[in-house]
Design a protein around this ligand. Structure first.
Ligand SMILES: NCc1[nH]cc(CCC(=O)O)c1CC(=O)O
Length: 311
């Protein structure tokens, strides 16, 4: 049994995992061989407030982890962006699928790009990271809170609640809605969230069958990048509501020449103070590079930067 949230994006990701499992294992290829259990999480229940305000870790994973430890589900499919850096005891993450597009998509109502938005235009986003980077580039814009699933946000945009919004390009692609993006923000302009575009599958640590099922779906290069980014995030995790971005890439993966490149950022929600750093190294050093970058930004930003509730 596979557990998932019930949002259209979560279901699309889960159907992809189910199809990959069926293709990899003859015993799972019969229609109906893999059941899907929808689990409502705290993050799904709270729709009226920005999630940064709700706070707490594992908003989208806690109830799913509980179902897994109870034995109601065997595999869970998650957007890695929503998975806390520390998994609960007894749960492991043996499988990360190949990454989708890591970038943020821009959806403009009358203006297709960020550059073309007129002074004073309103950008709707519930992501402090996106809002802060927008304000850093364009302090003349107004950022307002914007929540809900993709369709709700598109409806709000159409109604003129905002002039533009942003969504992970990966989510739009997985929903077959890539055409809704009026442009795509380069990672140099808008650093993605840690693990954006990656889907991971968890199981119980002692479930050998689930491990065996998931092994062929694992994408080692994506997993390495996500490990670096999550190591970075783990060093900053005390930071509460501070917007954080981080992206790792590997060149020549699987060869002796493989190199890891990482860029990480912390930024104040108003976009007025930004600290960033880069690292480059070997695959063996990868996780240490992420940790080291996190430690550097923690020191650079200083304790006041990470004060909770100071917005
Ligand atoms: N926080 C919600 C969430 N979690 C994962 C995605 C998109 C898919 C991904 O990044 O893999 C989204 C929506 C969004 O940011 O637009």
């Amino acid at each position: 049994m596979i557990g998932t949230r019930g949002s259209p994006l979560a279901l699309a990701q889960t159907h992809q995992v189910r199809d990959l499992l069926a293709a990899a294992h003859p015993e799972l290829s019969e229609p109906g061989a893999i059941g899907i259990e929808i689990i409502k999480t705290t993050g799904d229940a709270i729709l009226d407030r920005p999630l940064a305000e709700v706070g707490g870790k594992g908003l989208f994973t806690k109830e799913i982890d509980e179902a897994m430890l109870d034995g109601r589900i065997d595999i869970a499919v998650h957007s890695m962006k929503d998975v806390p850096t520390y998994l609960p005891p007894g749960i492991v993450l043996p499988c990360v699928l190949e990454r989708e597009d890591v970038r943020d998509a821009f959806l403009g109502r009358d203006h297709p790009t960020l550059e073309s938005l007129p002074t004073g235009a309103v950008v709707g986003t519930s992501s402090l990271r996106r809002g802060a980077q927008i304000l850093a580039m364009r302090p003349d814009l107004k950022v307002v809170s914007f929540r809900g699933n993709v369709q709700t946000r598109l409806d709000k945009l159409a109604k003129g609640v905002a002039d533009a919004t942003m969504l992970a390009k990966a989510g739009l692609n997985r929903l077959g809605m890539a055409d809704k993006a009026t442009s795509v923000l380069d990672v140099e302009v808008m650093l993605p969230a840690v693990a954006q575009g990656a889907v991971g599958c968890t199981c119980r640590a002692d479930d050998e069958q689930a491990h065996r099922w998931m092994a062929p779906l694992h994408h080692a290069e994506t997993s390495l990048c996500v490990d670096v980014e999550r190591a970075f995030l783990a060093r900053l995790d005390g930071s509460c509501r501070t917007p954080i971005g981080g992206l790792a890439r590997v060149s020549d993966f699987g060869t002796a020449n493989a190199r890891v490149f990482f860029r990480g950022m912390v930024i104040r929600p108003d976009g007025k103070v930004l600290h960033q750093t880069t690292r480059e190294g070997t695959v063996d050093q990868a996780v240490a590079l992420g940790e080291d970058a996190g430690a550097e930004l923690l020191a650079k930003a200083g304790p006041d930067f990470f004060t909770c509730g100071a917005e």
